[in-house]
Design a protein around this ligand. Structure first.
Ligand code: KG4
Ligand code: ZN
Length: 329
């Protein structure tokens, strides 16, 4: 069975074809095309929703066309699309395009929650090895959530951020340091030659729940930045290393706590921040984890197609609706 996935929740326009062998359950990634309007947003220091939506419209059909490669639409069995969460203008482009394909081609439509997409990216490379119950940590620009999955249908949200998401913390602190948006990857790079000399707070690290909070970290970083006369390269690198360490410490501590409490058999990471090598290494040194290859951590349509396979939630195209506030049910 071949699924065409479409993802347009934010600034990436992506289309992918994923094939599942229904006997062996083996997943094959046939194509995964991503066009990003990120360079436009770097200039403005953040995403302007109107600009992102216009770029989605510009790229959606060329990206789908490229993803189809040598295939024809008659080879596609189902269409999967991100319906939320995300920016409404961006989401609508993907949802309306998917509805049109579903209507014209008479193929089933599967709506997908973007956050589940980040978790299901793990099935592309590790499908056969993943065992339930699962603890999944989604760390992206807009989300930091811990999820318990007892099976594909039994899913419980354990906790999430009360203010800034982990990626947002990287981006906002990076901005204070004068780094271009999105600052996460750049901060990781700078942190490599920095030292964790600042003892920044690890908010909620010992709290009884599975919630996170990163806005205090931003305030603490701002205080340090304001206290120096001039931000030289060494200070910037040390702040990057210290911020990164504080975020990683909290993410790992909370995830391990959930792993223990729910006696999970697998830990899955997903989302843009999971591309951070230091986070991947530190997690791996403490427990066995599954984490997608880096190109599948940031937004892409392959993860949406894979999530659709396991949700098997086909709906008539008339019922598909973009929902910017969609969350874990
Ligand atoms: O999942 P994603 O591509 O988009 C959302 O759904 O939000 O995540 C983007 C976020 C940004 O905040 C970006 O700074 C962060 O992921 N990010 C990183 C790294 N790569 C991307 N954060 C830290 N280290 C990285 N290497
Ligand atoms: Zn995402």
């Amino acid at each position: 069975m071949k699924i065409l996935g479409i993802e347009t929740s934010c600034d990436e326009t992506s289309a992918a074809i994923v094939e599942i062998n229904e006997k062996s359950n083996q997943i094959q990634l046939i194509s995964n095309i991503i066009s990003s309007s990120l360079p436009l947003h770097s200039k403005t220091g953040g995403i302007i929703p109107e600009v992102a939506a216009r770029e989605q419209i510009r790229y959606i059909l060329p990206v789908i066309n490229k993803a189809m490669n040598n295939y024809s639409f008659s080879d596609i069995d189902k269409i999967a699309v991100t319906i939320g969460p995300g920016l409404i203008g961006s989401l609508l482009v993907g949802v309306e395009t998917a509805k049109t394909f579903s209507f014209v081609l008479n193929k089933p439509l599967i709506p997908v929650n973007h956050l589940f997409g980040h978790i299901y990216a793990n099935w592309i490379d590790f499908g056969e090895k993943i065992e339930f119950p699962i603890i999944a940590l989604v760390v992206s620009g807009g989300h930091t959530d811990l999820i318990l999955m007892r099976n594909h249908k039994n899913i419980k949200w354990l906790g999430g951020t009360r203010d800034d998401a982990a990626g947002e913390a990287f981006d906002k602190i990076g901005r204070l340091l004068g780094l271009p948006y999105p600052a996460g990857p750049k901060m990781e790079e700078l942190a490599k030659s920095g030292k964790s000399t600042y003892n920044f707070p690890r908010p909620l690290i010992n709290s009884d729940d599975f919630d996170f909070s990163f806005s205090g970290l931003k305030t603490a970083a701002l205080r340090e930045i304001n206290s120096v006369k001039q931000l030289d390269e060494e200070i910037v690198k040390n702040i990057c290393a210290s911020v990164q360490e504080a975020i990683i410490d909290v993410l790992i501590e909370k995830t391990l706590k959930a792993l223990k409490k729910y006696k999970a058999k697998s830990v899955l990471l997903g989302g843009g921040v999971a591309a951070n090598q230091k986070l991947r290494d530190e997690f791996t040194s403490k427990t066995n984890i599954f984490v997608p290859q880096k190109s599948l951590c940031t937004d892409n349509a392959a993860m949406i197609a894979v999530a659709a396979i396991f949700s098997s939630n086909e709906i008539p195209w008339q019922k598909a609706e973009a929902n910017p506030e969609l969350y874990f049910d």
